[in-house]
Design a protein. Structure first.
Length: 562
């Protein structure tokens, strides 16, 4: 990402609340670092800058620098540490270890491949590739020094790496020691600190691997296990790999386990999900099967024995459970479900695990947004007789009712024209005139004398926010490789739980999501891969019942092709 020079668009110093927001962002992104540690690292007097840059690939990145040294960078709504920061806190994320000579390839822009990974020896009872998930933030260090030399994301899960037989990609590198990010603002590159080798490389028999010149070579009992890429050596360890695969933990997702999960999701969808037939097979999978996947499992169709959805559904059609129809080449629909089939009748899921029905009134959460005003001291006399106190919230109809009653009780209505009010005393102070004005202007002046707020009611929860109503905004941005992303702001102001909403988007459009707090914003932002404006809009209006007037951005939806 930073192999070549980039353009700096802006460079601003963060102060006050922005610094606190940044610290919260770091603590949220890296739970293994404590608040005390981040405060020690970034005391109040330490200069913190946010630098907005654009790479040669037109990727927009925010770099956070301390004393002109880059410590974090943020892109696609995700925060990454730099190698400099990891030198100070090497244990906040998982590290893959490689050889010294591999560093030259990484510095040339290459990713870390599995053949170049050094893994712990068996006697340490450590997993060869840790316990990472695909896309987890990780870094790369050397067998001689645990100081970070590169930062990126895991290209696949640890379990998949175990089964890859030393082939494939391990880490997709975003930033490496010595790239353009390290020389940000023409600062010199810092020398790599020496933190010593990994603990599992410090065993006693290490010297046995390197006998003295002229000494007898004896087979070491303890040696490093490395990923192998040659056919001859791979054949030698084939039996070992097979035996390890046989002894895998039962919880590991084997092909058989994945097939069971696939069957569970399919039968759960056809029996308990409210499927409107006909339905496209792709939509059936995304909207009905994926949401039924148990929490402790994942459904990856590529890791089943069928490899693709089509062969599986064709098998179900052959068994007579469903009927498929080809709409056009490559596009199929499920047009009927055989509820009399024995497998359909035998399948059962407990009520608590079944998908919730959309027409179940108990499960529908209605979102009501009520614009209100906060009673201030100068307008309190207008409302005090009705039992209101300073600081209470009051809505438009109640304001009109109280003001009308006050005007009539104090005989302030114009004698010659009932449409006018002659302000006196307190009302004259509020209206800033003692000349007759119309009723609407009186109401307007009274409202202007109070602070605005709005209440959001979601079920039994009531959220009060000061200021004018901030609508939910849906925008579309561009990221690396000319890829579009959908950005959704202000969801939390309407009582929407971001993790739940993100999960619904993942299942609904089969796209990855991330949650982050943009600098200067008071609420988190949801990022969804692709242009998903229509899906987000429909989810907000149909399931969460957010009034349409409080949602902005529908114009960013993809235009229909003529």
């Amino acid at each position: 990402m930073f192999k070549k020079a980039f353009k700096i668009k802006s460079n601003n110093q963060l102060k006050g609340s922005e610094r606190k927001t940044f610290k919260d962002l770091v603590l949220k992104a890296f739970p293994n670092i404590t608040e005390h540690e981040i405060n020690d690292f970034l005391p109040k007097k330490e200069v913190l800058n946010v630098i907005k840059i654009v790479t040669v690939d037109n990727i927009h990145v925010q770099v956070y620098a301390v004393q002109k040294k880059p410590m974090f960078f943020e892109t696609l709504g995700r925060l990454y540490p730099t190698v400099y920061f990891l030198w100070k806190f090497p244990s906040i994320i998982y590290a893959f270890t490689t050889h010294q000579n591999v560093m030259q390839y990484i510095s040339s822009g290459a990713d870390l491949m599995l053949p170049g990974v050094v893994t712990p020896p068996p006697q340490y009872s450590l997993s060869k590739f840790g316990n990472v998930s695909e896309d987890d933030t990780v870094y790369v260090n050397l067998s001689s020094n645990i100081a970070a030399i590169a930062v990126g994301i895991a290209s696949q899960r640890s379990v998949s790496m175990e089964k890859a037989n030393g082939r494939g990609k391990c880490v997709t590198v975003h930033h490496f020691y010595g790239d353009a990010l390290c020389t940000l603002d023409n600062t010199p590159i810092l020398p790599i600190v020496n933190l010593g080798p990994p603990e599992w490389l410090k065993f006693k028999s290490y010297e046995d691997d390197f006998p003295e010149l002229g000494g007898s070579l004896k087979k070491p009992e303890n040696r490093l296990e490395m990923s192998i890429d040659t056919k001859e050596e791979a054949a030698c360890v084939e039996e070992v790999i097979e035996s390890e695969t046989e002894n895998l933990d039962p919880g590991v997702e084997t092909v058989e386990n994945m097939d069971e999960t696939l069957n569970y999701c399919f039968f759960g969808a056809v029996k308990y999900s409210k499927v409107a037939l006909p339905v496209l097979t792709s939509n059936f999978f995304k909207l009905h099967m994926l949401p039924l996947c148990p929490e402790n499992k994942t459904l990856d169709i590529k890791k089943t024995s069928f490899k693709k959805l089509k062969p599986y559904l064709e098998k179900m059609a052959e068994e007579g459970i469903i009927t498929l129809k080809e709409v056009k080449k490559g596009v199929e629909q499920i047009i009927s479900i055989n509820q009399d089939h024995l497998k359909f009748k035998e399948f059962y899921i407990g009520p608590e695990k079944r998908p919730k029905k959309e027409n179940d009134a108990a499960n529908v959460t209605k979102t009501d947004v009520v614009e209100s005003y906060i009673i201030s001291q100068n307008v309190l006399p207008l409302f005090q007789t009705e039992g209101f106190n300073k600081g209470d919230t009051i809505q438009g109809p109640e304001i009109r009712k109280c003001v009308t009653k006050y005007v009539k009780e104090h005989n302030l209505q114009d004698e010659n024209n009932a449409k006018l009010v002659a302000p006196k005393d307190i009302l004259a102070t509020i209206c800033k005139t003692d000349l007759p004005i119309n009723w609407e202007e009186v109401m307007e002046r009274v409202c202007e004398s109070m602070r605005t707020c709005y209440k959001v009611k979601t079920g039994t929860d009531v959220i009060v926010n000061k200021g004018k109503v901030s609508p939910i905004t849906i925008s579309v941005g561009m990221r690396s490789g000319n890829k579009k992303v959908t950005l959704v702001d202000n969801l939390e102001l309407y009582g929407v739980r971001l993790p739940d909403f993100a999960k619904e988007c993942q299942h609904g459009v089969a796209a990855s999501t991330s949650i982050s707090r943009p600098p200067g914003k008071k609420s988190d932002q949801l990022l969804i891969q692709g242009n998903q404006v229509i899906f987000v809009y429909q989810l907000l209006t149909e399931k969460y019942n957010v009034p349409k007037k409080y949602i902005q951005g529908l114009e960013n939806a993809p235009k229909k092709k003529k």
